[in-house]
Write a new protein. Structure first.
Length: 269
């Protein structure tokens, strides 16, 4: 499991260890989980990893599998949100967001699949967001990473089903995980966008995400429970806000294309 130092990763690790499971988790700072290591000993192995260092991912997965004896469930959790109008973001911010949320997650799943095949099956949980099915001004790069990883995982789910490997894309709404304090970055504003719909994200600098209703402990418990579902749910929507946003987005997209059936067919040869 990546990103066990805070947020959903930390909660998932706590709940799994409390019920007697063994967990291998990655962090950028091992001291962030020193208390869990002290409390659970060999049941919790800690591996240093920054997802942008993709060259280390396969080695860390090998080490985690060795520590546990085998891999049954792989949770791709680590990531953060980058907000601001597309023009407000600098090149380094764009690259880092893609490297962390998208490329790092892709490489983690790819590295884990041989171990799950060797074990005769298992489960991949990919943390996405309601932002993987919706798009808002001011979150174009975050949306790009979440829509991208959802497309990747949906295709991979079909590829690995014959091996008994299930893939679940988790789409939580806003949750009280501390994301606003530690997992959120906002671009420097451009005056030209003061009247743009994207300008609302500048308020995130002062207090994080407003109006958060999601209970992260309940969401973590739902993720864990989904592992026992058979077949694996391709998507797991968590939070009434996520459900409302995702269904509205899907219905709007269908409405936009349904009326184009005749014109689409007119281009057939």
């Amino acid at each position: 499991m990546t990103g066990v130092g805070s947020g959903f990763g930390r909660l998932l690790a706590e709940q799994l260890l409390a019920r007697g499971d063994r967990v291998a988790g990655t962090v950028r700072r091992p001291d962030a989980v020193a208390d869990l290591r002290a409390a659970h000993g060999d049941a919790f192995s800690v591996h240093r990893l920054d997802l942008t260092d993709t060259g280390r991912i396969r080695g860390v997965v090998v080490d985690a599998a060795a520590a546990l004896g085998r891999l049954d469930v792989v949770v791709s959790n680590a990531g953060y949100g980058l907000f601001g109008a597309a023009e407000e973001l600098n090149d380094a911010q764009v690259t880092h967001q893609l490297d962390t949320n998208l490329l790092g997650s892709i490489q983690l799943v790819r590295a884990a699949l041989p171990h799950l095949r060797a074990a005769g099956g298992g489960r991949v949980l990919q943390l996405s967001s309601s932002a993987g099915q919706t798009a808002w001004p001011g979150s174009s790069l975050y949306n790009a990473t979440k829509w991208g990883i959802e497309g990747f995982c949906e295709a991979v789910a079909a590829e690995v089903a014959p091996f008994g490997i299930g893939v679940t894309i988790v789409e939580p709404g806003a949750a009280r995980t501390g994301f606003g304090a530690t997992g959120l970055r906002v671009a420097e504003p451009l005056d030209a966008y003061d009247s743009s719909p994207a300008a609302y994200v500048h308020g995130f600098r002062d207090g994080g995400l407003p109006g958060v209703i999601g209970d992260p402990a309940r969401m973590a418990a739902a993720m864990i429970a989904s592992v026992d579902q058979s077949p694996a749910p391709l998507r797991l929507v968590l939070g009434s806000d996520s459900w409302a946003a995702v269904t509205a987005s899907l219905e709007a997209r269908l409405e936009q294309v349904r009326g184009q059936r005749a014109t689409a067919g007119a281009t057939d040869g």
